[in-house]
Design a protein around this ligand. Sequence first.
Ligand code: DX5
Ligand code: ZN
Length: 224
Amino acid sequence: MNGRSIDIAPSILSADFSRLGQEIEAVTRGGATVLHVDVMDGHFVPNLTVGLPVVKSLAGATDLPIDAHLMISEPGRYAQEFVAAGARMVSVHVEADAHLHRTLASIKAAGAQAGVVLNPATPIESLSEALQFADYVLVMSVNPGFGGQKFIATSVDKVRRLRRMIDERQLDTRIEIDGGIDSNNIAAVVAAGAEIIVAGSAIFGAADPELAVRELREATVQWV
Ligand code: DX5
Ligand code: ZN
């Protein structure tokens, strides 16, 4: 909206890992502009996924910028390593890091964009200080850990309030949203001010992931 560019970021969590390369080619043809990689440690969230070697392989195999969403405890210990592995965006949860300023600064120093993530029950006010140090804020619209969960509807208003907070401070922080996004709710989150839209099952669970990306993007077009 208002000239903001919208990134569609497929989450590979719902992809077929045995043919990941082809899945990524399909979503790239469909117009994906970011590749979202969910890193889980079985501690901060109750699930395990992929880590540094996978990010490294993907970075060598795609031109899409890799967005590493770290759902891990003490993310500051690993954030720079994800940049070294090729991630161009790295985000860490507010709830997982007692040293957010240092972690965000280390991501930027390593040459990537630094993001902070809010769980559904974490208020935007928890970013009062950290907002100025982040390139983007990721609003979780499900509880992190699994793909295919139901969108939490109050996330739309949360994005709207966060957008207002960013605009009032005249920052150029972008807003990302992640969890339960599909062609029915994507227009609402974009209208509220989200610009980087993550979708897993709505893309890789569809019969034709390439078409699914195209349809998501078409649903964001604002008619005024
Ligand atoms: C959830 C992950 C999401 C997930 C989204 O913890 O952070 O990125 O893959 O999947 P969907 O779009 O299916 O909710
Ligand atoms: Zn994610």
